[in-house]
Design a protein around this ligand. Structure first.
Ligand code: SF4
Ligand code: SF4
Ligand code: FES
Length: 314
């Protein structure tokens, strides 16, 4: 027997969520969704969750199992019992308000997808027949186009935990699908908007979305691709781009990070207000003895680093 520890919530009956333990014998080969369906259909019809295709296509059955978001129809229940576990904890996805049991309100998620304008922008009238792409052109957007909008990445994104303004991995993966679409004519405008606060540069590269994504969409890599396009398009007047450029400059020059110039260059030399905001941090570092050496030295084998840059450049 396995314990299914399910987080229940029904605001019409009880203000706070609570955990319910259900003992259940997992049938061989059953997915987590199969088990939940059996529990709902034979034991407790009030258990609420979303599902539709049962084939990892529709994106409806996102939920958290053992603390991480997944598609319930895609995971064998027994695979959640590794390392001698006898309990599977099941919760609603994170970073979204819960409506009932495992059903979350995805309104904000969809608003953010809409914010990135997920449609082709063309200056000219649509052609009479289809808009053609070469296989190479399609390859650039192939991964992002596999997104099924399940919300698993959004659920577990660390930046969203602390910054609700962040567009989030799914919307940014969707944005890449248009930024690099050969048929789209809004690239410059798109990367300028995506470089604003809450956009690409607020991603912390924690890779959680890559771990959680059930498809090749893998948002963090798509975000990095937008960053590259933004830099190529010269959209550098923002903290994130300046930070990346300063980082590269320092490593290329000395082989190590210059932690004295990095914050100043990221903020921008003429951004007086931003620079003033750094002063208290600098003072705290000084008091704690954390100020890096004033004289920034090259590493011994800096020529090797420069050679790597030259080869990458080529
Ligand atoms: S890599 Fe970026 S978008 Fe993905 S989960 Fe981490 S912070 Fe969020
Ligand atoms: S990027 Fe992946 S995890 Fe995020 S919504 Fe799309 S398919 Fe789901
Ligand atoms: S039920 Fe459609 S993705 Fe799981």
């Amino acid at each position: 027997m396995t314990t299914f520890r399910i987080k229940r919530f029904n605001p019409e009956k009880q203000a706070d969520p609570y955990w319910e333990d259900i003992e259940y014998d997992i049938p061989p080969g059953a997915t987590l969704l199969d088990c939940l369906n059996d529990i709902k259909w034979t034991r407790d019809g009030t258990l609420s969750y979303r599902m539709s295709c049962r084939s990892a296509i529709c994106g409806s059955c996102g939920m958290k199992a053992n603390g991480h978001a997944l598609l319930a129809c895609q995971r064998q229940a027994e695979h959640l019992l590794k390392d001698g576990r006898d309990t599977i904890t099941i919760e609603p996805m994170g970073n979204m308000p819960v409506i009932k049991d495992l059903v979350v309100d995805m309104g904000e998620f969809w608003e953010k997808v809409n914010q990135v304008k997920p449609y082709l922008k063309e200056k000219e009238k649509p052609p009479e027949k289809e808009r053609r792409q070469s296989p190479e052109q399609f390859k650039l957007i192939d991964d992002a186009s596999t997104c099924i909008m399940c919300g698993c990445c959004y659920s577990d994104c660390n930046t969203l935990e602390v910054d609700k303004n962040f567009l989030g991995p799914a919307a940014l993966a969707k944005a890449q699908r248009f930024v690099q679409d050969s048929r789209d004519e809004g690239t410059g405008e798109r990367v300028r908007e995506l470089s604003e606060a809450g956009g690409i540069w607020d991603c912390t590269h924690c890779a959680e979305c890559v771990e959680r994504c059930p498809k090749p969409a893998q948002p963090m890599y798509r975000i990095k691709e937008i960053m590259s396009v933004a830099l190529e398009e010269g959209v550098t007047n923002n903290n994130g781009a300046r930070h990346a450029l300063s980082f590269v400059k320092s490593i290329k020059h000395s082989g190590r990070l210059n932690e004295n110039t990095l914050p100043v260059e990221s903020m921008g030399y003429f951004n007086i207000k931003g620079l003033m905001e750094l002063v208290p941090v600098g003072l705290r570092m000084l008091l704690k003895g954390k100020i890096p050496p004033i004289i920034h030295k090259n590493i011994d084998d800096v020529e090797d680093v420069r050679r790597i840059f030259r080869e990458l450049g080529e």
